[in-house]
Design a protein around this ligand. Sequence first.
Ligand code: GLU
Length: 548
Amino acid sequence: MDLKKLAAALIPDNDLLPPESYEEIYPERARAPKAEVTRLAPSPTGFIHLGNLYSALADERSAHTTGGIFYLRIEDTDEKRRVDGAVESVIRSLNYFGINFDEGAEIDSPLNKYGPYYQRRRAEIYRAFAKRLIERDLAYPCFCTEEELNAVREEQTAGKKTTGYYGAYAKCRNLSEERIYANLAAGKPYVIRLKSQGSADNKIIFRDEIKGEVTVTENDQDVVILKSDGIPTYHFAHAIDDHFMRTTLVIRGEEWLSSLPVHLELHKALGFRPPRYAHTSSLMKMDGGTKRKLSKRKDPELSLDYYRKAGYFPLAVVKYLMTILNSGFEEWSLKNPEADYRDFPFKVSKMGKSGALFDLDKLNDVSKTEISKLSAEQCYDFLKSWTDEFGTEADRQHFNDKTYIIDVLSLIMGIGGKKRRKDIERAEQGVRLIDYFFDDTFAPEYNYRFGKDTVNAVLKSFAEKYDPSDDNGAWFAKVKAIAPEVGFAAEMSEYKSAPEKFGGNVSDVAEILRIAVTGKPDSPDLCTIMRILGKRRVLKRLSDAEIR
Ligand code: GLU
């Protein structure tokens, strides 16, 4: 058969470049010997999940700990799945977690020399190579219809045979020249398939960067490389793009491991040296005592939006993922509590070989620790950015008064004090904790443990004595002075020796004042709270809190 003529009939484009020329168009990257070139290659569905972040972090760390490049390629061969704005959303979501691309789709960078980074814009490259494979008798047209393929599959399943298009089942592999041209003349649609040279009797030993040595069966499937609309399949595009974008390390989900023999054969047929591969294990969770994969349908925590909405501190999510990525990270963090996680010597080879367990409780712990390390300014920025996006109108108003909020946060979080508050997991909790510092969100519950006369006497008396310029000592002396006025003990020792003689003690006076001013029986230092609230608010609250 005249294969050149056949290739021209199947792929008639006459403006294609010779495939070899792409070696010069996309030359080897100038890089240090150990520098890794990695990529994230999502399809533009608009849904970016925790698994993507996990993978992206492994990619980004592998590239950036070795002085390499991390780029973004968009695998948009499936037009049906495309969602507007999805690419920007991937970039934005990862950026929120501190992960940035050096190059790629929608990245403004002088490094963008290996594009286009959208697969749909690379059609002529795939077509040039498919044409060359046909000329070399390594690819052929297949005219089988969906129904024919289904019938073969059913026959294989019934006979307990491996399913797929191979060996005797590959009906179009040996079509006569006449048949092919007759089909073409009849306008029958066709796909281009690889003419596999492999055999299922052969085993290949392959070294995966994570899984170690893996033995796989050689590919014998005549997989589709170009679909009937001329668009490549994932397999074909992967081989060509990772070669010409000069990826050194492909990090991808373990669901791709079963296609690896196809990819190895494609690289060989195309004359490329395959990249190194690292197949990551899936993120799992414990569900009623069993481990299962995180699922889009069942687990809201798979979506990255979940973390933003819930107000997780982004660095906490990243650090927690680092602990799952490399088991040594936790220990390293404990030894280097102040260090930037980027200083950790991340190694893809140290990633877990099997299911990585994602545990929200552990993330919460990491988040608490990270939030407890923030300065007042950082804490303000973090809570404000959450509030801007997810808070109420009132929250947003409150955060306009930065000086006031910084005072409040310093007190509430114990910033700069001896006891740092360590129980805040998420922004929302922090924002709700400061509600009582604002008149419009102050929602007191006056659950006094004393009667009307006592409560009102305490509140009135304090209002008369109160001087906002008092220091803690003077403030407390005034609280103490109220005790005997209502028949309470001013000294705890006095009270303890004869409790029956008193209606209460000085701490009960403070509790009444606390309930009046903060709306609840527990709060940080009340004197400081009053100082922050200011005279007008304190006096109003004392009077509003009287029992009528
Ligand atoms: N588009 C593929 C996916 O989203 C990419 C897999 C890969 O990284 O090669 O699963």
